[in-house]
Ligand binder design. Structure first.
Ligand code: SAM
Length: 376
């Protein structure tokens, strides 16, 4: 009997580097930009902080920093209005393999000064990066004022098993779904307890995470063609044609869990939970859908854009965050160029499906938005 070990969970999580992520992920930026008001509210709600010299903010799961740049600019601007004499630190956190080089290029505006250069526009702002992952405490006790995170905490710290006959927990059932649910519940507690330790009394968290809304909708499943089912069908098709092995078929399981609003809120509202007892309280919670910008552009263009052009514009946004799952599922005994060809074929087939019949294809973003405070 052969024993199979899972690939490192972290290796399957990272975004496509070299700036690909934020250049092709306009929807994620739209989600953050739409929620800037939540960050400004958090600034208004902070205590006076008169006896301190510095304010700390953090972006957890920042990728290359491009999608949150405008929101961080607005947060710093609001902080400077309220605390004109304080110094401000911004800590970008992600996993060890993240493209921090592109992050610092984006933040400093080396490549492209898009008008959100807070380092240029404000004095006394200091930027750091932390690559150890948000399931643990990342900064000393009671040093954080505002913690922000977008579209990142659906990543679980460990894949508890592979999901049979599907690539994502949204298609799981039975023991596999139970194992993912348990992992996600433990991880959410760890995330909250870690942030609770980091936060100063009166500090705030603003999180917008992928989730499942009251209508059962989630990313890429808002009434049209289900994106994760499409991934699964195309990956299975490669196996049926003998192009990938059974192990490679099984290894393409996303290390993700989409929580419901109830699951997000439970530890924050149950007085017996460790999170509640640590002093975290729910300020607000709601779900929201942000429309797929690539679909919206296609619909707005009318006859000026063909189905083929839509498909070509749409697939890269899926690829920016999903490619590592399929690329790392392939056996490393295959030559690198053979693996790259298979991954290209996989996305080409998705593009061909969209081009042949674009109806119902869209990656609408479904998020649970949370504002949380640490009681003073
Ligand atoms: C879809 S991207 C979102 C990036 C950005 N926040 C946005 O909204 O556009 C998810 C990010 O979370 C990061 N991530 C996943 N698990 C993480 C962990 N345990 N700790 C820190 N970052 C993590 C990934 O590496 C990736 O950069």
């Amino acid at each position: 009997m052969t024993t199979r070990t899972f690939k490192s969970t972290h290796a399957t999580v990272s975004m496509k580097g070299g700036g690909y992520y934020s250049q092709r992920t306009r929807g994620a930026k739209d989600v953050i930009d739409n929620a800037v008001g939540m960050l400004e509210d958090a600034v208004s709600a902070l205590p006076a902080r008169e006896g301190e010299h510095s304010i700390q903010i953090a972006d957890y799961g920042a990728a290359d920093g491009g999608t949150s740049k405008h929101a961080i600019y607005r947060t710093i601007s609001a902080l400077k209005d309220r605390y004109p004499h304080h110094q401000i630190t911004v800590t970008y956190s992600d996993l060890p393999g993240n493209d921090y080089s592109t992050l610092f290029r984006n933040v400093t505006g080396v490549n492209d000064d898009d008008g959100n250069n807070y380092l240029k526009d404000f004095d006394n702002v200091f930027v750091y990066a932390c690559g150890t992952g948000f399931h643990s405490q990342l900064m000393p006790d009671q040093t954080l004022d505002i913690g922000f995170s977008a579209t990142a905490m659906h990543y679980i710290s460990e894949k508890p098993c592979q999901i049979p006959n599907h690539v994502h927990m949204v298609g799981a059932s039975g023991d596999a779904l139970d194992a993912f649910s348990l992992q996600a519940r433990d991880d959410w507690n760890r995330i909250l307890l870690s942030r609770s330790a980091e936060l100063k009394p009166g500090g705030r968290l603003v999180f917008m995470n992928f989730g499942i809304d009251e209508d059962g909708c989630y990313l890429g499943n808002t009434g049209g063609i289900n994106m994760f089912n499409t991934f699964s069908e195309i990956w299975c098709g490669l196996h049926e044609e003998g192009l990938i092995t059974g192990d490679e078929l099984a290894d393409a399981t996303f290390s993700q869990f989409y929580r419901t609003l109830e699951e997000f809120c439970a530890p924050l509202v149950e007085p017996s939970s460790g999170v509640y007892q640590s002093g975290l309280r729910l300020v607000s919670a709601h779900t929201g859908v942000v429309k797929c910008p690539y679909r919206a552009a296609y619909e707005a263009a009318g006859e000026a854009m063909s189905a083929q052009e839509f498909a070509v514009s749409y697939i890269p946004t899926l690829r920016s965050w999903s490619e590592t799952v399929f690329a790392t599922a392939l056996d490393t005994a295959r030559p690198e160029d053979e693996r790259a060809t298979l991954v290209d074929l996989f996305y080409q087939r998705y593009e061909d499906r969209v081009a042949a019949d674009p109806i119902g294809h869209a990656m609408d973003y479904v998020h649970c938005y949370l504002a949380i405070e640490k009681i003073p």
